[in-house]
Design a protein around this ligand. Structure first.
Ligand code: GAL
Length: 417
């Protein structure tokens, strides 16, 4: 591993300041004293999870100072551009958050991240993670990240009191939703709250999943499903109809304020991942009484998964401490401290299930159930690399305005990487 320009400079200055000290010794001591971790977990419902993980890390590594480089903004939309600049400028943090799957492909190709397979061998992780997850993070025999959790994207959140007041139960299909939407709108409520562009993409993937089914959805990303087929075009038009029942004209600034509308009772439903469970609990609400959740319409028994993971950037200023952070992320103790706060289930299969209550007790059971069908999230990095995903963002921004399904499908198909 080469030293970055900054690393070389730091090593040079250290040698000047401490002439009696061997360079190697000083570099190693530095590497063990501090770790700068970059994520987007700065908002309510996310920072609590990070704090719990950091607390466990600090207990296990009392001599290591934790530097929190979190940049706020749901789904990392802001953080990702800040990180890209740092990586381009040869100024990496010691570890950064990335989704398991194709999201990391460009960074791997650019040489920004180290293979940490030796840690997997040292810690015995390969037997402790689901095979499908290991496959999703293995590239040419190397592994460039350590998963800390499994989140579920395809969930529909609601306020039970508001639904009961309208004599409604959550819709089992998007057609049911459209029927309900007339009733809900007739009472002066927004049928579905929505937020910024990434939440619109998050809704899109789950409408496609609900309409097309798991197999056809999965093959959208592998080339087996024709984006311009009649079935996909119909699902895209339906997505347009669903969006027309949302508050797209005045969208929330991020995912938390979109959920706030459901809590306040001005909107009936919100489609969001299970980080919403953590957020709603921070508001003092309890599962089933204060908030309810079902699989998004048409996706019962399907887990549209994503996994938050952490990396070892090439040229990390403190690689020794960064490895300690990764060990924490991959540990039973770390995952069982983090996930109950984060609204996710552990990536490891050998953790303590009794720590997961409320919504998470059901999620742990469903994730472990052999009958559950697993597919990967587009918005959260599993099934498309950053180039294709960015092209889909551009096409989607146009689609939500012009509602031209054929044009959107074509744009997505031709931009496939
Ligand atoms: C996802 C991330 C989750 C959660 C969410 C909202 O991309 O994987 O952990 O933070 O964004 O910000």
């Amino acid at each position: 591993m080469g030293l970055s320009r900054r690393g070389l400079l730091a090593a040079g200055l250290a040698a000047l300041a401490l002439p009696g000290c061997g360079d190697g010794e000083q570099t190693q001591a530095d590497a063990d004293r501090k770790v700068e971790v970059f994520s987007w977990w700065a908002g309510p419902g996310e920072k609590e999870g990070l704090e719990a993980l950091v607390a466990d890390f600090s207990r296990n590594n009392p001599g290591v100072e934790f530097g929190n480089a979190a940049v706020a903004g749901g789904a990392g939309t802001v953080a990702k551009s800040v990180l890209a600049t740092r990586l381009q400028n040869d100024d990496p943090p010691d570890s950064y958050q990335a989704h398991a799957g194709l999201e990391l492909a460009a960074d791997i190709k650019a040489g920004y991240v180290e293979d940490v397979r030796d840690l997997y061998q040292e810690q015995g992780w390969l037997d402790k993670l689901p095979t499908g997850l290991v496959q999703a993070i293995t590239v040419d025999g190397a592994i460039y990240c350590v998963p800390v959790n499994i989140h579920r994207s395809n969930l529909m959140w609601y306020n039970p009191k508001i639904l009961a007041g309208m004599d409604l139960t959550p819709p089992a299909s998007w057609a049911d939703f459209l029927t309900q939407a007339d009733v809900i709108a007739g009472k002066g409520l927004t049928p579905l709250s929505i937020g910024p562009a990434w939440t619109q993409k998050h809704l899109l993937e789950n409408v496609l999943l609900g309409q097309l089914g798991a197999q056809t959805y999965a093959e959208l990303w592998t080339g087996g499903t024709d984006w311009e087929s009649a079935a996909v075009l119909a699902a895209l038009r339906l997505y347009g109809d669903v969006l027309a029942r949302s508050d797209l004209a005045a969208p929330a600034g991020d995912w938390q304020p979109a959920l706030d509308k459901v809590v306040a009772g001005t909107a009936a439903y919100n489609v969001m991942g299970d980080w919403a469970d953590a957020y709603l609990r921070t508001k003092g609400l309890t599962f089933t009484e204060g908030y309810g959740v079902v699989a998004s319409p048409g996706t019962d028994r399907v887990y549209n998964f994503l996994s938050d993971s952490f990396t070892l950037p090439r040229g990390a200023p403190h690689p020794g401490a960064a490895r300690k952070w990764l060990v924490e992320c991959g540990s039973v103790g770390g995952q069982d401290a983090f996930n109950p706060q984060k609204g996710s289930v552990p990536a490891r299969t050998d953790t303590d299930r009794s720590k997961y209550t409320g919504y998470l007790a059901a999620a742990v059971a469903e994730w472990a159930d052999d009958g559950t069908r697993v597919v990967g999230s587009l918005t959260h990095g599993v099934v498309a690399d950053t180039t294709w995903s960015a092209a889909i963002d551009t096409a989607l921004a146009a689609y939500v305005q012009d509602k031209d399904a054929a044009k959107f499908a074509r744009a997505v198909a031709v931009s496939r990487t």
